[in-house]
Design a protein around this ligand. Structure first.
Ligand code: MG
Length: 410
C-alpha cells in the first residue's frame, strides 16, 4: 500500500469484474472512496486491473469509467477496438494480469473452475485475496491452502456465510490475521444457513421439471445465474461446506447446514461451552464484500441496515437429506479428500450447463452429480494438472450419464 497525503492507497485487481460480485465490488469501492474524500476513511482504493470472461463491451465500459488500462479477457471476439487499453487475451489472461500488474489485493470473483488458476497464482505471489469464487477452494483447496501457508498471503472470505464464520471466530480470538482461528477444542460445530432457494419447501416431484426462469427466481439474494441455480438444489450450500472445510480447517463432523428462509443469519458457531455466536446482516452481498475490502477496519455501509423489529420472526428448520442430497455429497467429498471436491464441482457445473441448455430436468441435476461421484474413483491431487484431469473426467461422465434429455423437459 502506498501512502499519500494522509491516506493509504490499496491497489485492487478485480477478477470477474463484469459478473454480479465484480460489479457490486466496483460499487462498494466507489462508495468507500467517497468516504475517503469526505475524510471518513483513511484508505483509498485504486482499481488497477480488471478481468472478464467474454463480455468485452462491458469490460471496456468499466475500464473507461474507472480509468483502468490493464485488462484481461478470457474469451475474446475475433476483432475489437483495444485502443488506449492494455489487453491480455486468452484463458490464461487473468493469471498474466496478476503476474504483470502490481497490486495489494485481488478480488477473486470469476465463476466456476475458471477462477482457480489466477487466484492460486496471486496467493503463490503472496498477494492477499478477497475470495468470492467458492469453486477455487472446492476443487483446489489443498493447493490453495498450501500456497497461502508458504507465501503468507491471506484469504478474506467474501461468500456471506464464510464472512459470517470469520466474524464469529473473531469474537472468539484476539484477532490480527485472517481467517482468525480459535483453538480447535473450543469449537463444537460451525453451521451455515441456507435459504432453501427458489423452490422452498416444494417436493422433488413438484420441482422435477421446473423451468430456468423459476429456478432463477431467488427470494432473497440477487446473484449470478450459476449460484442461483445452485441455491435451488442446495448444491451452493454443499460447495460452501467444502469451502468452509478448507478455509477454517474443519472436518465434516464439525460442519452443518440449517434452512433459514429469511437469509438474515448467515452463519453460527456453536462453542464447546454451548454458547452460540451468530453473524447477522441484511441479505446483500455488498456487506461481505465491504468487510473483506476494509478488514480489519469498519466503514459506513452502502447497503441497507438490518431492522430486526420490522422483520419480527426468523425461522430455522432441518435440511431434508432426501429432498436435498447435495449436502451428503459434500460431507462425503470432505471425508474422501483427493479429487472428490474437484469432481463434485465439475459434475455440478456441467449438469447445470445441461439444465440451462434445456437438456436436463431440474430435478435430475443433483442425481446426475451423485451418479458421477458413484461412478468415478477418487485420485490424489498434487498439482493443478491433477485438478483439471479430475474436472475433465467428471464432466465427461456427466455427458455420458446424462445424454440429451431435451425431450423430457417441459
Ligand atoms: Mg453464500
Amino acid at each position: 500500500m502506498g501512502k499519500h497525503s494522509g491516506f493509504q492507497t490499496k491497489r485492487v485487481i478485480i477478477l470477474g469484474s463484469t459478473g454480479s460480485i465484480g460489479a457490486q465490488t466496483v460499487e462498494v469501492i466507489e462508495h468507500l472512496n467517497t468516504l475517503t474524500h469526505q475524510s471518513e476513511s483513511s484508505i483509498r482504493f485504486e482499481i488497477v486491473g480488471l478481468a472478464a470472461g467474454s463480455n468485452h463491451r462491458q469490460l471496456i465500459d468499466q475500464a473507461d469509467k474507472l480509468a483502468v488500462r490493464d485488462l484481461a479477457l478470457a474469451n475474446a471476439p475475433g476483432r475489437f477496438d483495444q485502443s488506449g487499453l492494455n489487453f491480455r487475451l486468452g484463458h490464461d489472461a487473468p493469471r498474466r494480469l496478476i503476474e504483470e500488474v502490481p497490486c495489494d489485493l485481488v478480488v477473486g470473483a470469476i465463476v466456476g473452475i475458471a477462477g482457480l488458476d489466477s487466484v492460486l497464482r496471486a496467493i503463490e505471489l503472496g498477494i492477499d485475496v478477497a475470495l468470492a469464487n467458492k469453486e477455487t477452494l472446492v476443487a483446489g483447496g489443498g493447493l490453495v491452502i498450501d500456497a497461502a501457508c508458504k507465501s503468507g498471503a491471506s484469504l478474506f472470505p467474501v461468500d456471506s456465510e464464510h464472512a459470517g464464520v470469520w466474524q464469529c471466530f473473531s469474537a472468539m480470538t484476539p484477532m490480527s490475521y485472517a481467517p482468525p482461528m480459535p483453538a480447535p477444542e473450543s469449537i463444537e460445530r460451525v453451521i451455515l444457513t441456507a435459504s432453501g432457494g427458489a423452490f422452498g419447501t416444494q417436493s422433488r416431484d413438484q420441482i422435477m421439471h421446473a423451468k430456468l426462469a423459476e429456478a432463477l427466481n431467488h427470494p432473497n439474494w440477487s446473484m449470478g445465474t450459476k449460484v442461483t441455480i445452485d441455491s435451488a438444489t442446495l448444491m451452493n450450500k454443499a460447495l460452501e461446506l467444502i469451502e468452509a472445510h478448507w478455509l477454517f480447517g474443519l472436518n465434516a463432523d464439525q460442519l452443518g447446514a440449517v434452512i433459514h428462509p429469511q437469509s438474515i443469519v448467515h452463519a453460527l458457531v456453536e462453542c464447546a461451552d454451548s454458547s452460540v455466536i451468530a453473524q447477522l446482516g441484511a441479505p446483500d452481498m455488498k456487506v461481505p464484500i465491504q468487510h473483506a475490502l476494509t478488514h480489519p477496519m469498519r466503514s459506513r455501509a452502502c447497503a441497507d441496515r438490518l431492522d430486526l423489529a420490522k422483520l419480527g420472526i426468523l425461522d430455522f428448520h432441518e435440511v431434508d437429506p432426501d429432498r436435498f442430497p447435495a449436502i451428503n455429497l459434500a460431507m462425503n467429498a470432505i471425508r474422501a479428500q483427493g479429487s472428490a471436491g474437484a469432481m463434485l464441482n465439475a459434475a455440478n457445473e456441467r449438469a447445470v450447463e445441461h439444465f440451462i441448455a434445456g437438456q436436463l430436468p431440474f430435478g435430475q441435476i443433483d442425481h446426475c452429480v451423485a451418479s458421477v461421484m458413484d461412478e468415478l474413483s477418487i485420485e490424489p491431487i498434487h498439482t493443478l494438472a491433477d485438478v483439471y484431469a479430475a474436472d475433465a473426467r467428471a464432466r465427461a461422465c456427466v455427458d455420458q450419464c446424462c445424454p440429451n434429455k431435451a425431450g423430457e423437459t417441459r
